[in-house]
Design a binder for this molecule. Structure first.
Ligand code: FOL
Length: 202
């Protein structure tokens, strides 16, 4: 298990957060996040890896995210999670453990910006790297108040020697997720969004 999946909900400008939390309240979108990151064959669980700010942004009643192994990365060795999750000081250690555990089916990178950026920078030659992005694209409204943005990898111009990202079909997303993912534009609380899957072409 060396492939990582990055999961994120982002506006067209790649806005993902506002004042340390999500800019929207989308219960069905959150249910998708929960289901897709939890879904694993009998006897196995998935791991979720997050930065310390993302950990703190999750309501305490959902921490650690249930039925998943939670890894939290912080440079601060003194940081106290006050919950049954695994604290690691660096990404490499967490990835090494999460990706090599036989118990783990899939490993998800769930944010935030620092972790997304570090993980996306891992070359496809390294032992673990991101080869799949589950992107929930939020089309409208624009959520212009966003103060946190994920790296703009999907629309980056192609460069010599650089990896390409390609959007898969919806059928491939449902097949990979293991359940019927709602297709097309979803409307919830006046917000329009779509569940997408992108894969890295090497
Ligand atoms: N990816 C997507 N697609 N949507 C997100 O909202 C999202 N959020 C994060 C990372 N990737 C994402 C990080 N933020 C919870 C809260 C914030 C959060 C991630 C998870 C959370 O409380 N999750 C519970 C579900 C609670 C509920 O059903 O309301 C869980 O069990 O996963």
């Amino acid at each position: 298990m060396s492939r990582l999946t990055l999961i994120v909900a982002a506006t067209k400008n790649n806005g993902i957060g506002y004042k340390g939390r999500l800019p929207w309240r989308l219960p069905k979108e959150m249910a998708y996040f929960s289901r897709v990151t939890t879904h694993a064959p009998d006897g196995r669980v998935n791991a979720v890896i997050m930065g310390r700010n993302t950990w703190e942004s999750i309501p305490s009643k959902f921490r650690p995210l249930p039925k998943r192994t939670n890894y939290v990365i912080s440079n601060n060795g003194e940081y106290s999670l006050n919950a049954p999750a695994t604290l690691r000081n660096d990404l490499e250690t967490a990835l090494g453990e999460a990706a090599t555990s036989e118990e783990h089916h899939r490993v998800f990178v769930i944010g935030g910006v620092t972790l997304y950026t570090q993980c996306l920078a891992l070359p496809s030659s390294s032992p673990t790297f991101v080869d799949r992005i589950l992107l929930t694209r939020v089309f409208s409204p624009a959520f212009e108040e966003c103060d946190t943005f994920m790296p703009d990898i999907l629309s980056e111009k192609e460069q010599e020697g650089k990896e390409r990202w390609e959007q898969t079909s919806h059928a491939e997303l449902s097949s990979w997720a293991g359940f019927d993912v709602p297709e097309g534009i979803q409307s919830e609380n006046g917000v329009e969004y779509e569940f997408q899957m992108w894969i890295r072409v090497v």
